[in-house]
Design a protein around this ligand. Structure first.
Ligand SMILES: Nc1nc2c(ncn2[C@@H]2O[C@H](COP(=O)(O)OP(=O)(O)OP(=O)(O)O)[C@@H](O)[C@H]2O)c(=O)[nH]1
Ligand SMILES: [Mg+2]
Length: 312
């Protein structure tokens, strides 16, 4: 995991605290499994599997992980705690190391990033965090308030933009979001911005007209700026756990998602859900949200995440 600036320890600490529920239970079960001599006692493996399921990794991943432990223990002929942990860590890291889709060809113009997801997942907050990050790195950023459903949604983005000193392109509430995106693309080109971040309204994947609206936004962006949107981030709330999975599946199918953001990992989230999501969607996790301030965003690092889950 990595985060900019001096806030790094506290941000990492928040992720660790968020992962604690998965970790604590898992570690207790690893200890039990080892004590009961994994190879000899299937009950110990069952307990480990239950702990993994309790951590929201999903039944399929849980059984695969336990099978990997069983095989390694069989090969080595012994099962010390270190071995079980090593197998789990390696297997978790491997599963989370999904190659990113080929990047859209660079056009030389502004890079366009679009946030999508169901209601309340953290799209606007993550858009602001990413804008803050790019701005701190010296890149010129523009935000597009393409969530025109509610006046409050536009205001929320404006508050962030004002705080960060970043321009925001907006229309009236109820306006066509694609028109906002059109204007934002024009502004981004005219001002030679490095990055345009489009905030969209939360929507359920079952609402066909709303999914169509996303397609229209994509088309408009692509017409104005070649290759846009260069990145489509599906923002998922980790707290909703496995419930969000089927929704996410439809989103990835229909809106060309290139990466995932898992938010609210600082709360009571069971971090194991990342494994279930990546297994299903086969899209890489790019960022992890660990709080509500601009700094509370981590680059996702599969190795560091596996280490934090298994070894704390
Ligand atoms: N603790 C915590 N809270 C978060 C995180 N990300 C977002 N939130 C909070 O979650 C709530 C919803 O976040 P928004 O960014 O408004 O979510 P959204 O997806 O834009 O919501 P809609 O536009 O209504 O669909 C807000 O109270 C945020 O402060 C996170 O990583 N950790
Ligand atoms: Mg929003």
């Amino acid at each position: 995991m990595d985060a900019p600036g001096s806030s790094r320890p506290s941000v990492l600490a928040r992720l660790r605290r968020g992962l604690l529920m998965t970790h604590t239970e898992l570690i207790a079960k690893v200890g039990e499994a080892v004590k009961a001599r994994v190879s000899a006692d299937p009950k110990a493996l069952e307990a480990l599997e239950e702990a993994l399921i309790g951590g929201d990794v999903g039944p399929a991943t849980a059984s695969e992980l336990v099978e990997a432990v069983r095989q390694e223990v069989g090969r080595k002929g012994s099962a010390d705690e270190g071995l079980v942990r090593r197998v789990l860590r390696e297997e978790i890291e491997r599963r989370l190391s999904v190659p990113a889709p080929a990047p859209a060809t660079a056009s030389g113009g502004p890079r366009v990033l679009m946030m999508v997801g169901v209601n309340g997942s953290g799209k606007t907050t993550t858009a602001a965090k990413l804008a803050a990050r790019a701005s701190v790195a010296g890149r010129s950023v523009i935000l597009a308030a393409a969530d025109t459903f509610r006046a409050a949604a536009i205001e929320q983005l404006e508050v962030w933009a004002g705080r960060l000193g970043i321009p925001v392109i907006k229309h009236r509430p109820g306006a066509d979001p694609a028109a906002v995106v059109h204007d934002a693309c024009t502004a981004a080109k005219a001002r030679s911005a490095d990055l345009l971040i489009i905030d969209t309204a939360g929507r359920l994947q079952t609402k066909h007209n709303l999914m169509e609206e996303l397609s229209k936004i994509r088309r408009i962006a692509g017409r104005e700026i070649p290759g846009a949107p260069h990145e489509v981030l599906l923002v998922l709330d980790a707290v909703s756990g496995l419930n969000g999975l089927s929704q996410a599946r439809e989103f990835t199918k229909s809106s060309g998602v290139t990466g995932l953001v898992l938010t609210k990992m600082d709360g009571t989230a069971k971090g194991g859900v990342i494994l279930a999501i990546v297994r299903e969607l086969k899209v890489p996790v790019k960022y992890v949200g660990v709080g509500e301030t601009a700094e509370d965003l981590l680059d996702f690092d599969a190795g560091a995440f596996a280490e934090a889950i298994v070894n704390g």
